[in-house]
Design a protein around this ligand. Structure first.
Ligand code: M6R
Length: 597
């Protein structure tokens, strides 16, 4: 979603802000802009479309104080005016999130004679800030007052005309600050990834803590909402060794990330063996119900965990979509656990559910990838998936690692050592996944044959049902084609009406419930549907049933065969998208991290 980078220092901030914004491109955006100080004036340049459109306009500009933004539209269409920064002669403001009371505030401000130029909620902050400043004559107190008047989860970074400082503040939205060792380069950003290589020190401010980037004092200072100095922030020096990701010879980040999976599978048990051998803060005997909560792919990973949690842990398990759970007034008690799955740890709906569960006294656990995320700070027990930075908007390696770490959690709940328990099966998984990746030709060929069909139905039973959902999500995300996932047994309850010669059914068949799944495929064949079967290489008649067949070796799997099947789905989507010529790493309309509702 929106990306923010602000700079104040003694070097050219324009190039640094543009470089930082380019690293955040993967998060998804539709316009970009910067504001900078020139002599004693604030200038704003912003442009709809890719960052390169902006770069061509500002590449010659040099300035020591700059704020920049990539916008993912929420309020108001995609155009130059709605792009950020929003500025006037006194302030430039960039914003990430949603101002929930923007409509009422705008109405009041208009009644008072204030003028608005854009359709955005963000401009309300600018207008209110300017009004408050004119009354208070003090920037810090005007920023704090304005922030306390707006509701909703947001981060704001403000460049004032009259000071050589930058102000930044957030509520349940990502915001970090950075400083190099000498303090002559200060940054604010929505993501520490934007600051790699620029600073040695990263600061994570607490909620509603004002960050004051002071050029004169060469440091970041922190204040609470009353304006008093605050210690409510965390600092981290370990980020300075991180690297900016490259495609390493692959055509897309997504493909690179798919190919990283064997290495990640190989490493995870070793990491857990040395770092994490027991649950420190949550005990199984204290829990009655486990609520697994996430969005999109993370929700699918949760679905992969449900059966085994219920069978092995003998607990009631709900798997919930965060956007639904937060509003349906679920019955919860302090004997329940909320288990939140998220790659980014910043997904707005997932965070809102975590906060809801925290208020109600539930035990909170997470399965997540980004260490310094909001989710990490909210939960009692965090299980890291160690997938590394995931740049492709379509989540691939994170899903694989979420499902594996979910299994680790199950064993930790049982007081067992997951690294030892899963050592052999992880070895099988790694080798089988490597086998698929080493010989993608069949998948490519099938992608070439099926890419122009009108639609795709993914079916699976039991543990392959979540993979049918995930396969369909991946395909629609990156290939922009209609694809739906169904439980195979549900077809005849409605979706079978869609079957004809123009519809491809991608049928996931495991050794489990084999005969029953085959009957469902027969039903599709009887209606002249096209059929791609992904199923066991040892079989009786799958090739006769199928128009296309991808054989897999299911020997040696107890738990992880869905992950193995899903790698085929990842490659299939990727190669279909290539045939379609879509923007695979940054598909249209999508954002990597959905930080607004
Ligand atoms: O960062 P999160 O795991 O919380 O993100 C959740 C979803 O937004 C995410 O999985 C999304 O569905 C991906 N684009 C799927 O490829």
């Amino acid at each position: 979603m929106c990306g923010i980078v602000g700079y104040i220092g003694n070097e050219n901030g324009v190039s640094k802000v543009l470089e930082g914004l380019s690293r955040l491109e993967y998060r998804g955006y539709d316009s970009a802009g910067i504001s900078y100080k020139e002599n004693s004036d604030l200038k704003v340049v912003k442009k709809e479309g890719k960052l390169t459109n902006l770069e061509s306009l500002v590449s010659e500009i040099k300035a020591n104080a700059v704020v920049g933004h990539t916008r993912w539209a929420t309020h108001g269409e995609v155009n130059d005016i709605n792009a950020h920064p929003h500025g006037n002669d006194l302030f430039s403001v960039v914003h990430n999130g949603i101002i929930e009371n923007a409509f009422e505030l705008k109405k009041e401000l208009k009644e008072q004679g204030e003028v608005f130029h854009s359709q955005t909620d963000s401009e309300v902050f600018l207008v209110l800030l300017t009004k408050n400043f004119k009354a208070e004559k003090n920037i810090k107190s005007a920023v704090l007052k304005t922030f306390s008047q707006v509701t909703g989860n947001s981060s704001f970074v403000i460049l004032p005309r009259d000071e050589d400082n930058i102000y930044a503040i957030k509520r349940s939205a990502p915001l970090v600050c950075g400083k190099n060792d000498s303090g002559d380069q200060l940054f604010a950003s929505s993501d520490p990834y934007a600051l790699i290589g620029f600073v040695e020190n990263i600061f994570f401010p607490g909620e509603e803590i004002l960050c004051f980037l002071s050029k004169e004092n060469k440091r970041v200072e922190f204040f609470d909402i009353e304006g008093n100095p605050s210690e409510n922030y965390q600092s981290d020096k370990s980020r300075k060794d991180l690297k900016v990701e490259t495609k390493e010879g692959f055509d897309h980040f997504m493909l690179k990330e798919i190919y990283e999976q064997p290495k990640l599978i190989n490493n995870i048990a070793k990491i857990y063996e040395t770092e994490y051998q027991e649950l420190k803060n949550i005990k199984l005997e204290d829990i009655e119900t486990i609520n697994i909560i996430g969005c999109g792919t993370a929700w699918h990973a949760g679905l992969c965990m449900r059966n085994m949690f219920e069978t092995e842990l003998k607990k009631k398990v709900n798997v919930e979509l965060a956007s639904e759970f937060r509003y349906r007034k679920p019955y919860l008690t302090n004997k329940d656990m909320g288990l939140f799955i998220s790659q980014s740890g910043e997904t707005a709906d997932t965070i809102a559910c975590t906060e809801l569960c925290k208020e109600l006294g539930l035990k909170l656990g997470s399965i997540l990838n980004v260490k310094d995320s909001t989710l990490n700070r909210l939960c009692d027990e965090n299980m890291m998936i160690h997938a590394g930075q995931e740049i492709g908007v379509a989540s691939t390696k994170a899903f694989t690692m979420q499902v594996i770490v979910g299994h680790f959690l199950m064993r930790l709940f049982q007081g067992k050592n997951p690294a030892k328990e899963f050592e052999k099966e992880l070895e099988v998984l790694k080798n089988r996944v490597q086998g698929i990746l080493d010989a993608p030709e069949l998948i490519k060929k099938i992608a070439n044959s099926i890419h122009s069909y009108k639609g795709f139905i993914f079916t699976g039973r039991n543990k392959y049902f979540p993979i049918a959902l995930e396969g369909a999500l991946k395909l629609k995300e990156i290939a922009y084609v209609h694809a739906e996932g169904y439980a195979a047994g549900e077809l005849k309850h409605g979706p079978i009406a869609l079957i004809d010669e123009e519809m491809v059914s991608i049928c996931l068949v495991g050794p489990e419930l084999y005969e029953k799944t085959l009957s469902n495929i027969e039903e599709i064949k009887a209606r002249k549907g096209k059929i791609l079967i992904v199923g066991p290489e040892e079989h009786d008649n799958l090739e006769e049933l199928a128009d296309w067949f991808i054989p897999l070796n299911f020997e040696g799997f107890e738990y992880f065969s869905p992950i193995y099947v899903n790698v085929v789905m990842q490659l299939l989507s990727y190669y279909i998208a290539r045939e379609k010529g879509t923007d695979i790493d940054k598909p249209r309309n999508l954002a990597k991290s959905v930080t607004v509702e």
